[in-house]
Ligand binder design. Structure first.
Ligand code: BJW
Length: 235
């Protein structure tokens, strides 16, 4: 990474690749999730209107997988960085799992929502949720049977974009971990970071769509690359 001396504000973007070694499947691999379920059937508001049972069943299973998964050394390393880094830090995750939090990280923002949260379309409340939705449970707040996964689908606005852009504008270092750069607006963060004069680093198993935008790309599994990089930053 060269000179770490001038780095104070860090923004980290994580994607499905950081949780792959925790046993959660990525989206665009050979055995990716969309193989079993085409994306437009499950991850759009139109798909949900067309076949709510398919979508609820899909996310009921994802919720169960998330509950059963454990953080891996990459999550643990970012949690350590969060504990020990005095400057600004924001972990922006596209992932809906809670493995960053379970590893102990606190400065985490879920831009695509959370598997273990539900959203009531009747009263707009959100609730922590570990169970299923296929069976049509009532909203704990208003009693309506109108709960949907608290997930950002295609065509919906990702969460907290203002806070993300503000953090990127202040960043001295932007690090992207385990994301293919296929989905916007997250795929564009690296360009915004570069425009704000931040250094940009990518950690990924293989080169991604966005690799050419980064100052540096390191290839390998997140469980190895992320702890190595965190040790460098904290040294
Ligand atoms: C490892 C590893 C290991 C593996 N170690 N690495 C045309 C052009 C531009 C944009 C658009 C367009 N048409 C439509 C759009 C917008 C659209 C979009 O981007 N579409 C693209 C397909 C082109 N985006 C949206 O709609 C977003 N909203 C939006 O833009 O709002 C503005 C707006 C609103 C209204 C009207 C108009 C505009 C919303 C996007 C929501 C994304 N939601 C999903 C599903 C929900 C979550 C869930 O069900 O889990 O989020 S899609 C899915 O992709 C999921 C992910 O968060 C997201 C990103 O995937 P990710 O994390 O990158 O995973 P993979 O599998 O792609 O990559 C894994 C990587 O890990 C690979 O690189 C591997 O190499 C690596 N890896 N093992 C390290 N061990």
């Amino acid at each position: 990474m060269g000179e770490m001396n001038n780095i104070r504000n860090i923004v980290i973007l994580t994607g499905a690749g950081i949780s792959a070694e925790s046993g959660l499947r990525t989206f665009r691999a050979e055995d990716g999730l969309w193989e079993d379920h085409p994306v437009e059937e499950v991850a759009t508001p139109e798909g949900f209107r067309r076949d709510p049972e398919l979508v609820q069943r899909f996310y009921d299973e994802r919720r169960r997988n998330v509950r059963d998964a454990q953080p891996n050394p990459a999550h643990a390393a970012l949690a350590k960085l969060d504990r020990e880094w005095d400057g600004e830090l924001l972990i922006v995750t596209q992932n809906i799992d809670d493995l960053h939090e379970r590893a102990g990280a606190q400065r985490v923002l879920h831009m695509h929502g959370e598997a273990l949260s539900v959203w009531c379309r009747a009263c707009d409340a959100r609730h922590p949720w570990e169970g299923t939705l296929l069976d049509g449970p009532p909203c704990p707040a208003c009693g309506a049977v109108a709960l949907r996964p608290d997930i950002v689908w295609f065509g919906e606005m990702p969460y907290e974009m203002d806070r993300i852009f503000a953090a990127i504008a202040r960043a001295d270092l932007f690090v992207s971990i385990g994301t293919s750069g296929a989905v916007y607006p997250a795929a564009g963060f690296v360009q915004q970071a570069a425009a704000a004069q931040a250094r940009t680093l990518e950690l990924n198993l293989e080169r991604s769509n966005g690799s050419h935008w980064f100052d540096e790309t390191r290839l390998g599994p997140a469980s190895v690359l992320v702890p190595e990089w965190v040790d460098e930053v904290l040294a």
